[in-house]
Design a binder for this molecule. Structure first.
Ligand SMILES: *[C@@H]1O[C@H](CO)[C@@H](O)[C@H](O)[C@H]1NC(C)=O
Length: 255
């Protein structure tokens, strides 16, 4: 699976050079692609989204996600009397947790105005939140890899690859929210029959690293956090003013 993207890129290169260029020019395009007008024409078929469009896609992915992988590190040293092996001290662990982009549904006095800080259900007993309690830094990874079957292949004639689908990693810190009382599921904070003590927390986003897919057709790199925080569902105070409702992720029905 890890080799698919490279196979895909090589095959795409072969397709482009085979279909567009006379064979004698093949060397030239491989060494200096942008110098050739035929190649530029071909490239237009695979225009990258702008960084703002990428931020819209990322905020849409957050809005549609109900879980994500949170990475933390074990304390170093591991506290005495812990059942955690001493040898994992300081090592990272990624675990999938419940999250929701529900800031806009929070009471006004708690809401940050729907600015892309995910709300996280934290179980006190869970490794992720024990590590955070012991001082670990935290990242949250979201991806669209479960939607491979709905997505169309990026390169015509080549198989789909999960590596072509977007993912974003959010850096930040947890800000516990006061308990919200209107939920009744047993595992939610404040529920009387809850098997484990839990609380809600907000991940205050400080950086966002985006991999839109293959680098020739998508952006890869650090997002503008001001854009991330300024995007809303229907319109935004940043970029060209569109909201995350104006974009669709791979495999979603276009409007
Ligand atoms: C968390 O990150 C900060 C830098 O942002 C660093 O100074 C600190 O040592 C880190 N904490 C741990 C437990 O690694």
């Amino acid at each position: 699976m890890f080799f698919k993207p490279f196979t895909g890129l090589l095959a795409l290169g072969a397709l482009i050079s085979a279909s567009v260029l006379p064979p004698t020019n093949e060397q030239a395009i491989l060494s200096n692609p942008s110098s050739h007008s035929h190649h530029e024409h071909q490239e237009n078929a695979f225009t990258r989204p702008t960084w703002f469009e990428s931020a819209l896609l990322a905020r849409r992915m957050l809005a549609l996600s109900s879980s994500g992988v949170i990475s933390t590190v074990f304390p170093d040293p591991i506290p005495p009397n812990s059942r955690t092996p001493a040898s994992v001290a300081g090592l990272p662990i990624g675990l999938r947790e419940y999250i929701a982009d529900c800031d806009r549904a929070l009471p006004d006095k708690l809401s940050f105005g729907d600015n892309g800080d995910p709300t996280i259900l934290a179980l006190r007993i869970a490794t992720t939140f024990r590590n955070i309690g012991a001082g670990s830094n935290v990242t949250l990874e979201l991806d669209w890899w479960e939607h491979l079957e709905e997505a169309v292949p990026v390169y015509p004639g080549l198989p789909r690859s999960p590596a072509a689908l977007p993912r974003v990693t959010l850096f930040g810190y947890l800000d516990p929210l006061p308990s919200l009382s209107h939920h009744d599921a047993v595992w939610l904070p404040g529920a009387s029959r809850s098997p484990h003590a839990s609380f809600w927390a907000r991940l205050i986003v400080t950086q966002a690293y985006w991999i839109g897919g293959f680098g020739d057709v998508q952006q890869i790199g650090w997002m503008d956090v001001t854009e991330w925080k300024g995007i809303r569902q229907w319109s935004s105070s940043v970029g060209d003013g569109r909201g995350w409702e104006d974009v669709r992720l791979p495999g979603e029905k276009q409007r």
